[in-house]
Ligand binder design. Structure first.
Ligand code: ISJ
Length: 360
């Protein structure tokens, strides 16, 4: 067979597969519509089901036959589900803007591209809009593998009635964006203070004399730099594209596997998915053994803790509060028993939410 004939044979096969795929996706979308009808009839307006989506994505990952890797395969299914859900209920998701931030990347990674993303200026504003019901969910950064905790997010949870209903991790690559084409012409570098910190080593080495200017977000830095010759921003390639900037240097983060974890916040948490986490806010007695007494119930019920963070309470009543993440859903019997026990051992316990462990 000639190369032409061989190619056209395989292409015919691809066309036929695409046709089948389209029919199957359309059939899937019709099923999602049917689900919406059944839910509406029962007066259930919870169209978005994070636990069900997590289960589907986990199954896709487990059954993926290759040659596409798990990340690619789950990403494709993430988008199919996102489009199907949009037929049931178009979701509005607030994130820390402006357009082009890593928080927007996190929102799209978690929900897929069929949601509308709403940029807001500050973390407390995101909480307020979700509370007010003007958006369905919010996405906020909570911790970075190099720089640690995003304290603003934790502090906002102390007074918020909202729940955590999901988590998503994004690999962060920082680039140096500018109107200039050489490092020698750059006298100031703008970015969010976390990003400046994540690139400290590179900046010390390559731009030791440039002033570092912390601003509200990386994307805001890119927006400002687009109007200021002689400056540069540390931000994402999405921001470079949106604000028309060139990349003077790429991947300038000090840690190659620099990852940020984001939380999805909503007015309710998520039902059991089978692989869940629970986030807690605790205050213990300010006395010898206080912290020990707080952790004993977790150990007694064999609950693993994945994170513990202390923050000044800023309320005067307790000196410090602790943010603790544990494995398991609050409705799992062992977790429920540990929480009962914890309630007796601590001055204050608030369950910030149970939610599926990140799949993507
Ligand atoms: C179809 C449903 O509703 C939504 C859409 C889903 C999908 O497309 O698979 C999954 C969960 C929900 O977010 C459902 O609840 O099963």
């Amino acid at each position: 067979m000639s190369q032409e004939a061989e190619l056209s044979h395989v292409r015919e096969r691809i066309d036929a597969i695409d046709h089948q795929l389209m029919d199957l996706i359309a059939e899937r979308a019709a099923c999602a519509r049917q689900v919406a009808l059944i839910k509406s009839k029962a007066g259930d307006h919870q169209f978005y089901r994070p636990e069900r989506e997590a289960q589907i994505l986990r199954r896709i990952k487990a059954e993926n036959p290759g040659p596409l890797d798990d990340e690619e395969m789950t990403r494709l299914f993430r988008e199919i589900m996102s489009a199907c859900l949009a037929l049931e209920q178009p979701l509005a998701v607030a994130y820390l803007g402006p357009a082009g931030t890593f928080t927007q990347t996190a929102a799209l990674k978690h929900f897929g591209h069929s949601v509308s993303t709403v940029p807001l200026g500050t973390i407390p504003e995101i909480f307020r809009e979700v509370e007010a019901g003007s958006v369905h969910f919010g996405v906020v950064p909570v911790e970075n593998s190099t720089e640690g905790v995003v304290s603003h997010t934790l502090d906002t949870f102390m007074t918020s009635p909202l729940f955590i209903c999901g988590e998503v991790c994004v690999r962060i690559h920082h680039h140096l964006l500018s109107l200039e084409s050489s490092l020698a012409s750059i006298h100031s570098v703008y970015s969010h203070q976390q990003s400046l910190a994540q690139c400290r080593g590179w900046l010390d080495q390559n731009l030791p004399h440039a002033e570092r200017v912390p601003v509200a977000s990386n994307a805001e830095a890119a927006r400002m730099v687009a109007e200021r010759p002689g400056t540069a921003a540390v931000a994402s390639d999405a921001a470079a594209e949106i604000y028309g900037l060139g990349l003077v240097a790429t991947r300038i983060e000090d840690e190659p596997d620099n990852t940020t974890r984001f939380l999805i916040i909503g007015r309710a948490d998520a039902p059991i998915s089978g692989h869940d986490k629970t986030s807690l806010l605790l205050a213990c007695r300010n006395e010898a053994g206080g912290l020990h007494a707080m952790l004993t119930p977790l150990a007694d019920h064999k609950i693993s803790m994945t994170r513990i963070e202390s923050r000044p309470s800023r309320r005067g009543v307790w000196d410090y509060v602790f943010f603790v993440d544990i494995i398991g859903h609050r409705e799992n019997p062992a977790v429920a028993a540990a929480l009962d026990h914890l309630r007796r051992e601590t001055l204050f316990l608030k369950v910030l939410g149970s939610y599926p462990e990140a799949v993507l």
